[in-house]
Ligand binder design. Structure first.
Ligand code: FAD
Length: 508
């Protein structure tokens, strides 16, 4: 493979296409096959790589990085499933490693001190990890993302957040060991005690310090079923009071999943009342229940309680009714269904199918994700949800609380400095222009929201961050910036890895 790449990169001549693949490793140089590597879910950025490489082993990954290190200019981007928004998994004229080619390379159940773990490939999709763990062992990871066609390495490079994170922390808090190829091409096993600095750096490290080829993920007993509930609020203060109470309840006492979203107080089919019921064939949102004092937007708490086939139905009812009875939602606006655990975790697949059929899946996605501290969230609601976004974003606007003590400050990801902070996600699904508004307009709206947060001195951080200048990255990392730079110098001194994040420039 090395000879293959070097022949090409030193040949410096696009006519001299290599004709021998010495290791049997698939490396594609022609634009027909590299096309996928210059696209992502965001659909707003496109950078053409020199080559798309399909590694089948960790050694292939290491050799690709070493080959790039021997040049003065090549960079390497691991590409998970390309679900980034702003070209983060791209490498302009560099090497893109299609990590999914390794998705089956590792899969092993391990018991350590009575706790189950699974070793999986960095390129594995979370949905495959779910299916294999549940069907083969009756076990499952504890912390998820909402959508599971994302790779293990891709979400661990960010954080990986969903409605279980209040209890178990983000996905980065639920792995105990990684195998990583660093920016020198060295392969290292790392955990809290062995190569610990690389372990902490890599988790939430935006791919800057190493390529995750294997992760050891903590497992729990998989429940059979879930009771899935949505309750509606008209006042933000009531909504956050209940949400914050729910996330402080201990395991067994409360719900197993707590999320929520903002929706428009209207009959708008994409943004309004009809987005609340989970089963439109049997449930209907009756607006007669909405208090006349309500504002332009309403709020929906989404809750789940796990149970097993052996639990008595009346016990599940009793526990759920007791908890729901404590909540101050709008009477008459409660929806619930019972579905299997797998159906629940794979729930976004249905939305994906719908978006694919109406053209909004392949359209640009100018998404914005942020963490806003509890101290700023009421003002954020007043200024952003109730004013700027009062007509919705054409998709979910998530807002739900997370607990800082479940996040490990040794990891690279940065979050606001408060015990409770909210994830806010504007998940825009808009038909492409001319049917929908120009993408630039929506990007500008995102910028206006970020600028407003700075102007009002809100305590916030971008999640899945994207900036154009190093000054902005310095501001993002704040007092963690020097640690970030030091880690880069240690683990990727030539700044070869994850160039699409646009934090560091390749050092010749
Ligand atoms: P990519 O986009 O391919 O890569 C992301 C970054 O990680 C790039 O910089 C890349 O170089 C790097 N990278 C990829 N693989 C590796 C590896 N093995 N080792 C080191 N670096 C690597 N996020 C949440 O937290 N919660 C959600 O609920 C959630 N829902 C989503 C729903 C949808 C429909 C979409 C599109 C995204 C969602 N995300 C969510 C965001 C998601 O976490 C990111 O897109 C993430 O980057 C994972 O996507 P990916 O595996 O395709 O990674």
């Amino acid at each position: 493979m090395i000879a293959y790449i070097e022949h090409f990169v030193h040949g410096n001549d696009t006519e001299s296409k290599p004709d021998d693949d010495v290791s049997g490793l698939a490396a594609n140089f022609d634009s027909g096959t590299t096309g996928i590597a210059s696209k992502d879910f965001g659909g707003m950025k496109s950078f053409k790589p020199l080559a798309l490489i399909m590694p089948s082993t960790t050694l292939d990954v290491s050799q690709a990085v070493k080959a790039a290190a021997r040049t003065s200019h090549l960079t390497v981007a691991a590409r998970g499933n390309g679900h980034s928004i702003n070209g983060q998994a791209m490498a302009d004229k560099g090497l893109v490693l299609g990590m999914r080619a390794m998705e089956d390379h590792y899969f092993e159940l391990i018991w350590l001190d009575g706790t189950p773990y699974v070793d999986v490939s960095g390129g594995a999709l979370w949905e495959d990890v779910l299916k294999r763990c549940v069907l083969q062992f009756g076990l499952a990871p504890r912390s998820w993302t909402d959508y599971l066609s994302l790779t293990v390495g891709g979400t661990l490079s960010n954080a990986g957040v969903s409605g279980q994170a209040f209890r178990y922390g983000p996905q980065t808090s639920n792995v105990t060991e990684l195998e990583v190829v660093n920016g020198k091409g060295d392969t290292l096993v790392c955990n809290e005690t062995q190569n610990s600095e690389l372990f902490f750096a890599t988790l939430g490290g935006l791919g800057q310090f190493g390529i995750i080829t294997r992760a050891r993920v903590m497992l729990q007993q998989a429940p059979d079923m879930v009771r899935w509930i949505r309750v509606v609020y008209s006042e933000f203060e009531d909504y956050i009071r209940d949400a914050e109470w729910l996330v402080t309840l201990g395991e067994g006492d409360g719900f197993d999943y707590v999320e929520g979203f903002v929706f428009v107080n209207s009959d708008d089919p994409c943004n309004g009342w009809s987005t609340v019921p989970m089963d439109s064939s049997s449930q209907r949102f009756d607006p007669v229940h909405v208090p006349s004092t309500s504002g332009p937007v309403l709020y929906c708490l989404e809750l789940v309680r796990h149970y097993s086939h052996t639990d008595h139905p009346s016990h599940v009812d009793m526990v759920v009714d007791r908890l729901v009875g404590e909540l101050g939602f709008v009477e008459g606006l409660k929806f619930e269904v019972d579905v299997t655990y797998m159906e629940f975790l794979l729930r976004v697949n249905r939305a994906e199918e719908e978006a694919r059929s109406n053209g909004t899946w392949d359209a640009p996605h100018p998404w914005l994700n942020m963490f806003v501290s509890k101290s700023s969230i009421v003002d954020f609601d007043r200024e952003v949800f109730k004013k700027i976004l009062k007509q919705g974003v054409g998709g979910p606007i998530l807002v739900y609380p997370l607990l800082r003590n479940k996040w490990d400050s040794r990891h690279s990801v940065v979050v606001p400095d408060s015990n409770i902070f909210y994830i806010v996600a504007l998940l825009r699904f808009i038909p492409p222009p001319p049917k929908g508004p120009p993408t630039e307009l929506l990007v500008a709206q995102n910028h206006a929201i970020i600028q407003l947060c700075y102007n009002k001195a809100f305590d916030f951080k971008l999640y899945l961050p994207h900036y154009h200048s190093q000054e902005n990255w310095m501001r993002h990392y704040g007092d963690k910036w020097s640690r970030f730079v030091e880690r880069k110098a240690n683990f990727d001194p030539l700044a070869i890895l994850a160039p699409g994040q646009r934090i560091f420039s390749r050092i010749p």
